[in-house]
Design a protein around this ligand. Structure first.
Ligand code: NCD
Length: 320
């Protein structure tokens, strides 16, 4: 593994499988009454969130705490950032206090890459602008493998606002590495220029693609990133690109429905589908903690056994 996780493209096939396998072992910790390993005791992880987040922030915090790291949650609001301090100075300040890893979410695409040039510790990209969100792609891959037993050859359809979605970009890159086949479905206005160069098929016809899919991943329309109108109306968008009960009925029996959250129920996905048996939405959240534990473990302490005795299993999970 590289020192930082900035892009899903940083992961080789071996790296990606190592994260998924490690996450699988670590998932056992979250099922115990005492959900803690001493692996990262004495290490400090800073959560640097400049953009809103519910799932990702809580999940990184829990992951670091379950590995016994000290966690600082830094929110831009209420800090010196609102006094005009730059990202560089904020980062240097945090580093001067001895942080081992910085988990950053920022509205600028490229903020984590810049941070990685400045600080000595590891940087984990928790979502940068419309660019990438590699740990989301890892938890999505983990969830697909958990539900369907494999990743290679899976037909994954990603539907919605691809243009503004860092989740889509990271998923396309990681799924390519893992040997799955991705089809992107969106109105032409919600596809990025240059999408032809992505390792994915593009379609505008959701009904044609659904029956062939093993996984259908619905994305939120990110209206907070839109200045102009990208589609005629919510009703029209839902009619053409929403996953309602009738559309879900076209899916094969084994097909799963995913969503990274936050969802807009009734727009890109109907409540009946989001809460139905095919849905992995709650599993994705649960798996997010294990995957982020694995990422922090591998970036910060991967060469040492997770708990004291190395005579037990590598992660020491069976030892407790
Ligand atoms: C996504 C994000 O922030 O990129 N959510 C997430 O991290 N689970 C997607 C979104 O905001 O729609």
């Amino acid at each position: 593994m590289k020192r930082h996780l900035l892009s899903a493209a940083d992961l080789t096939l071996e790296d990606a499988l190592l994260v998924l396998d490690t996450a699988e072992e670590l998932a056992q910790v979250s099922e115990r009454t005492v959900k803690k390993l001493p692996t990262l005791r004495g290490r400090t992880v800073v959560n640097l969130f400049f953009e809103d987040s519910t799932r990702t922030k809580t999940s990184f915090e829990l992951a670091a705490k379950r590995l016994s790291a000290d966690v600082i949650n830094f929110a831009a609001k209420g800090s010196s950032v609102s006094k005009g301090e730059t990202l560089k100075d904020t980062a240097l300040t945090l580093e001067a206090m001895g942080t081992d890893a910085v988990v950053i979410r920022h509205s600028w695409s490229g903020a984590p890459v810049n941070l990685a040039r400045i600080i000595r510790g590891s940087v984990v990209n928790a979502g940068d602008g419309t660019h990438e969100h590699p740990t989301q792609a890892l938890l999505d891959a983990f969830t697909m493998r958990q539900r369907l037993g494999r990743l290679e050859g899976l037909k994954v359809t990603i539907v919605g606002d691809i243009l503004h979605s860092r989740v889509a970009r990271s998923n396309v890159l990681l799924l390519k590495t893992l040997g799955a086949e991705v089809t992107l479905v969106a109105p032409p206005t919600l596809l990025p220029t240059g999408v032809d160069a992505w390792p994915a098929e593009v379609s505008y016809d959701l009904d044609a693609v659904l029956p062939k899919s093993d996984v259908v991943m619905m994305l939120r329309v990110q209206r907070e990133r839109m200045g102009a109108a990208y589609f005629p109306s919510v009703r029209e968008y839902s009619r053409r690109y929403g996953l309602d009960v009738d559309r879900a009925a076209q899916l094969q029996d084994h097909t799963v429905v995913m969503h990274p959250g936050p969802m807009v129920r009734g727009m890109e996905i109907a409540s009946e589908v989001a809460d139905g048996l095919r849905s992995t939405i709650v599993d994705q959240v649960t798996n997010g903690v294990s995957v982020r534990m694995a990422v922090l473990y591998l970036l910060l302490g991967g060469s040492e056994p997770a708990i004291g005795s190395s005579s037990e299993t590598r992660m020491g999970v069976a030892a407790q």
